[in-house]
Write a protein of this length. Structure first.
Length: 120
């Protein structure tokens, strides 16, 4: 029987992804929204179903991960059925909403906060 994953959980409405792999059996899992507050162009709410699907996919052996060039952690890129890719890879959400400059400007602070949150 596999051990339960260690979760670093946070509520955030900004640039952080829904889920990230922080090491063997350790994951960052977010609640709230990706892309800003409700009403912000392109912002998406993270539902309980999104969180459950992402965590199930992340702990499956066939999960695909990709290093995020901004946060420098592994992000889930496939396997979370029904979860919008913008929740998994926020830069895609910001690009789709034509908000890339906003994303780029906010990333230095977000990267610092993310590292503080996860102890990375």
């Amino acid at each position: 029987m596999a051990a339960e994953p260690e979760l670093v959980e946070a509520s955030d409405d900004g640039l952080f992804p829904l889920i990230a792999r922080l090491g063997s059996g350790r994951f960052f899992l977010k609640s709230g929204r990706v892309g800003g507050a409700a009403g912000e162009r392109g912002s998406l709410e993270i539902t309980d179903a999104d969180r459950d699907a992402a965590l199930a996919a992340a702990t499956a052996s066939e999960a695909d991960w990709e290093i995020d060039p901004d946060l420098e952690v592994e992000l889930l890129v496939s396997g979370a059925e029904g979860v919008d890719e913008g929740l998994l890879m926020p830069r895609f959400l910001y690009r789709r909403a034509d908000r890339l400059y906003e994303y780029a400007a906010a990333m230095p602070d977000a990267k610092k906060r993310f590292k503080e949150l996860v102890g990375h």
